[in-house]
Design a protein around this ligand. Structure first.
Ligand SMILES: NC(=O)c1ccc[n+]([C@@H]2O[C@H](COP(=O)([O-])OP(=O)(O)OC[C@H]3O[C@@H](n4cnc5c(N)ncnc54)[C@H](O)[C@@H]3O)[C@@H](O)[C@H]2O)c1
Ligand SMILES: O=c1ccn([C@@H]2O[C@H](COP(=O)(O)OP(=O)(O)O[C@H]3O[C@H](CO)[C@@H](O)[C@H](O)[C@H]3O)[C@@H](O)[C@H]2O)c(=O)[nH]1
Length: 328
């Protein structure tokens, strides 16, 4: 039986496909390539299709015997979601609804899906654990919370078991150098910083220096993409063993400010990386740091690349070899 991966040509999806293939799983990928890359899919069967197209989805579910779904396909940028909220509800909420309907029609009852730290909004305390209040400060986080609720009700009504993985900030690349991050335009902090030593931009903009943090810049918890990929495999194993829904944070439990990340990148690349302060980006919470104790205890998850220097170096190795991403 196969694992259907939606968004498997994207950044985190392609690394998870690589992990699943390495574990000997049969993989079917569905991706509309709106931000993904065909070359990023290292194996399995690939379909270029949109998850909102239920006819196309149904054909794929008929053709393959699908055991479980790992669902990454989404719009996922905090800033963009504030400007275009409806595109986020359409792809993330309606898209997940269509996917769930197709799963139910075909008797598929297991799903692992991407949620986010953005469901918490401004946390009441850090590190954040899964019991803490969810109160998103941007439409993106709100759509992911709506997805979580939809799958929870889907369990109650149809016995569809889901594991929601609330990742914090993904970064880094596969150690074999074949796949990595490639977004157009790139907006994520670590790759944007690395565009400076690559000669693609002159300086890094620091979005806001007046947050209630030690140096005034936002704090995030950075997590290596291979550690995320492994967590998806472990979540799948948990669903196979327990058939029980759950929610897990995935982060390293350590927060780094924008300025600290820039300093690490300066050390890793040996480049001065000039910076300039610009206004806050709407929708950004000041601090997001995870407690991932539950994932460690219940999934047996243990991050292998917890050190920020290793994460930035891993991203740097990819960008040095592929300054234009999959285009060379
Ligand atoms: N990157 C992060 O730091 C981060 C953190 C938390 C959560 N997430 C979540 O993880 C998931 C993957 O994020 P990513 O950074 O790899 O993003 P990405 O944009 O690289 O990957 C998303 C993939 O989904 C595909 N896709 C989008 N809409 C689709 C649709 N309607 N039908 C079929 N395919 C579709 C895209 O083409 C792309 O290949 C997203 O759900 C995102 O919200 C990401
Ligand atoms: O050029 C830049 C880019 C970003 N930032 C700041 O860096 C931090 C991290 O930003 P970014 O890398 O864009 O990530 P987030 O906005 O934190 O969102 C990411 O991390 C979330 C989980 O925390 C995920 O849900 C999202 O999908 C993913 O894009 C934020 O404070 C930004 O304001 C800058 O100062 N300058």
């Amino acid at each position: 039986m196969a694992i259907l991966v939606t968004g498997g040509a994207g950044y985190i999806g392609s690394h998870t496909v690589a992990e699943l293939l390495e574990k000997g799983e049969e993989v079917v990928v569905v991706d509309n390539l709106q931000t993904g890359h065909r070359q990023a899919v290292l194996g399995g069967t690939f379909y270029q299709a949109d998850i909102r197209d239920d006819e196309a989805l149904s054909k794929i579910f008929k053709k393959h015997e699908i055991e479980a779904v790992i669902h990454f396909a989404a719009n996922s940028l905090v800033g963009e979601s504030v400007e275009k909220p409806l595109a986020y509800y359409d792809n993330n909420v309606y898209g997940s609804q269509k996917l769930m309907e197709t799963m139910i029609q075909h008797g598929v009852k297991k799903i692992v899906f991407s949620s986010t730290a953005a469901v918490y909004g401004e946390p009441e305390r850090v590190p954040i654990d899964e019991h803490d209040r969810t109160n998103p400060t941007n439409p993106y986080g709100d759509t992911k919370l709506a997805m979580e609720k939809m799958f929870r009700w889907g369990d109650a009504a149809y016995g569809l078991k889901s594991i929601s993985l609330r990742y914090f900030n993904a970064a880094g690349a596969h150690p074999d150098g074949l796949i990595g991050e490639d977004h157009h335009p790139e907006t994520h902090l670590i790759p944007v910083i690395l565009q400076v030593p690559l000669g693609k931009r002159e300086f890094i903009s620091v979005f806001g220096e007046d947050y209630p943090t030690e140096d005034g810049t936002c704090i995030r918890d950075y997590i290596h993409v291979m550690d995320l990929a492994n967590a998806h495999y472990l979540a799948l194993q948990r669903l196979r063993a327990k058939e029980e829904s759950g929610v897990y944070n995935l982060g390293n439990g350590q927060g780094f400010s924008v300025r600290q990340v820039i300093d690490v990148a300066r050390r890793v690349t040996g480049h001065p990386i000039p910076d300039r302060v610009s206004p806050r980006r709407p929708g950004d919470p000041a601090v997001l740091v995870a407690s991932s104790e539950r994932a460690q205890e219940e999934l047996g998850w243990k991050p292998q690349y917890a050190d920020l220097e290793k994460i930035v170096d891993s991203a740097w190795q990819w960008f040095r070899r592929h300054p234009n991403g999959y285009r060379g």
